[in-house]
Design a protein. Structure first.
Length: 446
């Protein structure tokens, strides 16, 4: 694929670029970046081009926390539909969590995922292997074999590793490969039976609550285990103010701890559950305004490194039922960038800062050569219209999972092109006609 994206505002924190310019792509790789202040001397006759005037050109986003559901739960999502939802949302790389059926706890499952993703995936897929066999928390999984097969980190996400000795061993063992252990921080004894945040709202709805301490205690335990072992720890989906504070202290001490939050934790409170809305049922649960404010502080001061989606698609029958019985999870790939851009409009992050959280930092944490527009790297690029308003209509999601608490929200900012694996994904035909002069490669309308 040979292509020029012209006259867009390029933002790439990996190279400190924040300027209008052109990007040249040859054979699916980034060949050249010409910012306006360098003056363009490029001979362009042989290139196809996209006119990006008035639009932003960013590195393709990297989502380090996605549930692709395949193998085993293809009725919820497949590698094909999940990766298409990813490119629709501006992600060109994602990491898939191991809570499939069978669990990704050995190299055969890892290889299956990679083969399928290679053949059918719209974007790059990097599997995360389980810490323990079948995620049962009883015995370490074959981490070495899975690492060799292509796993980029290890996690029992969806479940915590309750046994502290096993978590210690996982942190010790992972040092051999310099990969992170990703902690789903939840004390199961404290959260048992809980379906939403423990507080005034759970009280008034008569629903069993999950206290903030269920998360905080495990974050603190895992930080202690990092001090003991020197292993690299990444805390998944931080939802609590006290969790942010614990991570801030660990970082101040210089411990190798990183953390992520998700758009729903800085956008919604447990009030969203009122009306027993199962679309707002997620684990960890939506918390309070105080938690949101502290998470935003954590994002802007660097305590929280990453915004990931925790994309957790479910079948409608698993959500249209009694609140107690409904599945936990939000289908997040297609709303994340727009919700992240709200942080930029609110002054919590700069646009470059948002790109760090959604592309550069996750790639760094996982040792991936992604999240950058550096010359020679894969042309994983998005072109974003920051002003485009759109209404969230779950039925129009590309993902099989229509479970979103953001239904009806009018959001601002959308990726209009996603360039990945040699294809150009375009939001709509009108735009393709207006903006694209004879597109190179495969043009796929989303
Ligand atoms: O809400 C959630 N859903 N949280 C998790 O940790 C797991 C996920 C899922 O797999 O559905």
């Amino acid at each position: 694929m040979d292509l020029i994206i012209r006259k867009g505002h390029i933002v790439d924190p990996s190279q400190g670029i924040d300027s209008v310019g052109d990007i040249v792509i040859e054979d699916g790789k980034i060949k050249k970046i010409i910012t306006n202040n360098q003056g363009s001397k490029l001979k362009t006759r042989n290139y196809k081009s996209i006119d990006a005037a008035g639009l932003y050109i960013l590195p393709g986003l990297v989502d380090m926390h996605v549930h692709l559901r395949e193998p085993g739960f293809e009725y919820k999502e497949t590698i094909k539909t999940g990766t298409l939802a990813a490119v629709r949302g501006g992600f060109t790389s994602l990491c898939c969590m191991p809570n499939t059926k069978p669990v990704n706890d050995n190299e055969t499952v890892t290889e299956f995922i990679l083969r399928k993703a290679h053949a059918e995936g719209a974007c790059h897929v990097f599997p995360i292997g389980a810490i323990t066999k079948e995620q049962r928390g009883e015995e370490l999984a074959e981490m070495g074999m899975m690492y060799e097969a292509g796993c980029v980190a290890f996690s029992d996400d969806g479940r915590p590793v309750m046994n502290s000795l096993l978590m210690r061993r996982a942190l010790e063992y992972s040092k051999r490969f310099s990969v992170s252990i990703i902690s789903h921080a939840e004390d199961l004894n404290l959260s048992a039976g809980g379906v939403m945040n423990e507080g005034m709202v759970s009280l008034s709805l008569g629903l069993r609550g999950i206290p903030a301490e269920a998360e905080v205690i495990m974050i603190k335990r895992d930080i202690e285990l990092v001090r003991l072992t020197g292993g690299r720890l990444h805390i998944a989906h931080v939802s609590t103010a006290e969790g942010v504070r614990a991570i801030r202290m660990a970082k101040k001490e210089g411990l190798p701890v990183t953390a992520e939050t998700c758009p729903h934790y800085f956008t919604l409170t447990d009030e969203a559950v009122r009306g027993y809305r199962t679309t707002a049922k997620v684990n960890p649960p939506l918390r309070t305004l105080h938690d949101i404010e502290t998470i935003k502080e954590g994002l802007s001061d660097g305590t929280i490194d990453v915004i990931a989606t925790d994309h957790a698609p479910h079948h409608r029958d698993e959500k249209i039922c009694e609140f107690d019985r409904a599945a936990f999870g939000i289908s997040g790939l297609e709303t994340a960038l727009s919700l992240g851009l709200a942080l930029v409009r609110d002054g919590v992050l700069s646009l470059s800062g948002l790109v760090e959280k959604m592309a550069l930092n996750p790639a760094r944490i996982l040792n991936l050569k992604k999240g950058t527009l550096k010359v020679g790297e894969d042309a994983d690029i998005i072109v974003v219209d920051l002003n485009r308003k759109w209404k969230v209509e779950p039925e129009r999601f590309v993902s099989k999972g229509k479970n979103t608490p953001f239904e009806g929200f009018v959001l601002e900012g959308l990726p209009v092109y996603t360039i990945c694996k040699g294809s150009i994904y375009c939001l709509d035909k009108q735009l393709a006609d207006r903006r694209s002069i004879e597109m190179a490669g495969r043009l796929i309308l989303l």
